[in-house]
Design a protein around this ligand. Sequence first.
Ligand code: 15L
Length: 269
Amino acid sequence: MPAPRTVLLTGAAGGIGTLMRDLLPDHGHALRLLDVRPIEEEPDAITADLADRDALRGAVRGVDAIIHLAGIPLEAPFGKILGVNIEGTYNLYEAAREEGVRRIVFASSNHAVGCTPRPGDDDPLIPVDTPHRPDTFYGLSKCFGEDLAQLYWDKHGLETVSVRIGSCLPEPTDVRMLSIWLSPGDCARLFHAALTAEHVGHTVVYGSSANTRLWWDLSTARALGYEPRDDSEPYAGKLIAEQGELDSGNPAHARLGGEFVTDPPIWPY
Ligand code: 15L
């Protein structure tokens, strides 16, 4: 086990943030928490908006790395995405640069490439260098984040692992997720690898478990030392019995992003 590293976790009150608060300490990381919402059970958590540059500088000061999960996680009007996901991520990178933080693990998303046709059974897995094809303004903000990460590596030597997260839930809840499920345990293993691998520069990886029905090439994630342990297949029988197999004639099933391509879920706030 490597020595504990102090890691700032942004978005600590969100779905993945809540799971990681439980799981990452077991990998030896000491977490500093930040969210725009107070976290009742975590009185030491920093409550701050990504627009508050002074608060961000204070929050990143002295940490070894940042896991940046904060942001709008679904589709929203462009103005909201611009403020929170685009300007907010820029503000965080600036704070990190100013305070000399060496590495960020950026929560990108499969929706950065969501308009890519989903591979058929005999097709090759989708590589990380497939062109950006966002399916929403949300996905577009993740493309921006990946490019921002590349800029800060090339210009400032600030390293990033951009993780195109699939569906990180305790268990898959629809048939598409059988291909892109990232179990919480594997998510923690992947973040740990992204925090501790040497010389990552800017590396893009897909965030998925070792699913039998996997669509994505996990080789860049494995090169960091990620060894997924979970597979969605035990859930397949029940989900397919309830929902049927994916149907290529259905536009919501034809591309990686699923319903984000056709009828995206809207952030309600
Ligand atoms: C995402 O990026 C979303 O934040 C999450 O809510 C899920 O919808 C996930 O993608 C997915 O594609 O299932």
